[in-house]
Design a protein around this ligand. Structure first.
Ligand code: NAD
Length: 349
């Protein structure tokens, strides 16, 4: 027997056209005056979608990494306008801001994701104060309703489509060895890998491909669902160090690093060979991931996205400050240095 705990988080997940359906979904919650949370780029879309609703206000001050100051402003606006729900329209940073508002106000969130970040189906929140990032898990931040409309993702530029989808792929792959991995997350994550690997090349060659966009968004949902339950492991921990200390772009860092961490953990995680590799249409997980990255023209080395050889010592030291006690293979200085050096140069591990 493989003992496991599978804790689910109740949410209503709707795939379909958001326009027209959104007002009804907000109404089902008993809310009448939601606060729209969005970015300047997605604000016109958000107000169109909200159409018939009597919105309390629009907060379009979302910033990457959810600075506490922006949360203060949004909470103040929500309170002053008597908002009774938060309507989040945007990517992971927007969902993250809505979550931080909900954590403080207990307002219910209706999320309309426009990228493949997957945050809308996880109980994980994060805020930053100066250089310090605080994260946590709380059922309060789980959106009550998620409305997935693939049409809203066709405006994503190619580079962001690739990076965001590979970020979702990383959620799926890591779900096989993260601390909360279980047979159900295996099932969800394997299907996520298959769907994303199938849809991504089609969308990269035809950005408006409706079936491809629908596949990617469905894959992102599966990825977020698996990640939300399984949690994060070695790969995400290294990515967070590289993003925080060297300013490397979040999603691109995932794309480059994933084959290296998967290769490293593969000997201790048979499912990476028996389930992930076949879902990628490959006989080996690393070949499957690097092959997919090459097909979509994604970066293949950390040097390409801004890490320098001179940064490696600092990066190794910072990564080793993390706790890797739950990784399926022991992780020490030589292992971290090996992964980072190979990934920096785009060489085989
Ligand atoms: P993002 O939300 O920062 O968006 C990046 C840019 O893309 C923004 O300028 C936004 O306006 C624009 N954009 C969004 N949707 C668009 C669309 N359809 N068309 C054109 N432009 C669009 O980026 P992201 O990758 O979605 O989110 C990354 C963040 O999400 C990270 O901070 C990450 O830590 C967080 N995240 C959190 C979780 C979680 O469970 N808490 C999970 C995954 C990611």
């Amino acid at each position: 027997m493989r003992p496991f705990t599978y804790e689910t988080f109740a949410a209503r997940v709707v795939f379909g056209r958001a326009e027209g359906a959104l007002a009804a979904e907000v109404g089902r919650l008993g809310a009448r005056h939601p606060l729209i949370v969005t970015t300047p780029r997605t604000a016109p879309l958000a107000t169109t979608l909200a159409g018939p609703l009597s919105v309390a206000g629009v907060f379009d001050g979302v910033r990457p990494h959810v600075p506490v100051e922006t949360v203060d402003q949004a909470v103040e606006l929500a309170t002053r306008t008597g908002a009774d729900a938060v309507l989040s329209v945007g990517g992971g940073s927007t969902t993250g801001t809505a979550k931080a508002i909900a954590l403080r106000t207990s307002l219910p969130i209706v999320a309309v994701p426009t990228t493949y970040a997957g945050s809308e189906v996880t109980p994980v929140w994060g805020t930053t104060e100066g250089a310090r990032k605080t994260t946590g898990r709380s059922p309060l931040v789980m959106p009550k309703v998620v409305l997935y409309d693939p049409d809203l993702t066709t405006t994503l530029p190619a580079a962001m489509t690739a990076a965001s989808a590979m970020n979702a792929m990383a959620h799926c792959v890591e779900a096989f060895y993260a601390p909360g991995a279980n047979p159900v997350t295996d099932l969800v994550a394997a299907e996520g890998v298959r769907v994303i690997a199938d849809a991504l090349p089609a969308v990269m060659s035809r950005p408006a491909d409706a079936a491809g966009r629908a596949g990617l968004l469905y894959g992102a949902y599966l990825a977020g669902s698996a990640f939300g339950v399984a949690g994060s492991g070695l790969h995400h921990k290294i990515c967070h160090v590289l993003g925080g200390a060297f300013g490397l772009p979040h999603a691109e860092t995932h794309t480059v690093l994933l084959p290296y961490v998967a290769t490293f953990n593969a000997p201790a995680v048979p499912a990476l060979r028996t389930r992930v590799a076949p879902a990628l249409g490959a006989d080996d997980v690393a070949h499957g991931l690097t092959g997919l990255a090459a097909r979509i023209g994604a970066p293949v080395s950390l040097a390409q996205i801004g890490l320098a050889e001179d940064d490696v010592d600092t990066a190794v030291r910072l990564v080793l400050e993390k706790d890797f006690g739950d990784n399926p293979r022991p992780v020490g200085e030589p292992e971290v240095r090996g992964i980072l050096t190979a990934a920096l140069r785009g060489e085989s591990l």
